[in-house]
Design a protein around this ligand. Structure first.
Ligand code: THU
Length: 139
């Protein structure tokens, strides 16, 4: 599966627009995510912070949980936009790994510039996955 330049930019723009809705009054680090499922559906997410700091939820996980809650578990690409093109946190990498190591990850900065293309497997080598529980998880 390969994405055209135009498809990548459309996903980056979608995530960057979503980013404007980030709720980040404590860190002021707004994050926007946009994922496309293998069925072609689009889901966005933003980070949602909380006065009780640990209750904060990352943008990627919001997008993934929205998709799963709508019956989608196979993701082609997840795009993450931050001011500086930052990389997803370890917790988000683990959540992404649950749904497939081959998912493409696009990281972009606040100007909408793609800074890195990678995969979940590259971001989380030797990942702990459902298969290791000896369970066949239906996706
Ligand atoms: N954040 C994300 O939304 N995704 C990540 O992968 C890294 C961190 C958020 C959490 C918090 O609201 C802010 O960025 C600073 O850590």
């Amino acid at each position: 599966m390969s994405l055209t330049k135009h498809e990548k930019q459309a996903l980056i723009d979608l995530a960057n627009t979503a980013r404007q809705r980030a709720y980040a009054p404590y860190s002021h680090y707004s994050v926007g995510a946009a994922l496309r499922t293998k069925t072609g559906r689009l889901f966005t997410g933003v980070n949602v912070e909380n006065a009780a700091y640990p209750q904060t939820m990352c943008a990627e996980r919001v997008a993934i949980f929205k998709a799963v809650s709508e019956g989608e578990k196979e993701f082609e690409v997840i795009t993450i936009v931050t001011d500086n093109g930052g990389s997803p946190c370890g917790g988000c990498r683990q959540v992404m790994a649950e749904f497939g190591l081959d998912t493409i990850i696009l990281l972009a900065d606040g100007n909408g510039k793609l800074v890195k293309q990678t995969t979940v497997g590259e971001l989380l080598p030797e990942a702990f996955t459902p298969e290791q529980l000896g369970k066949q998880v239906s996706k």
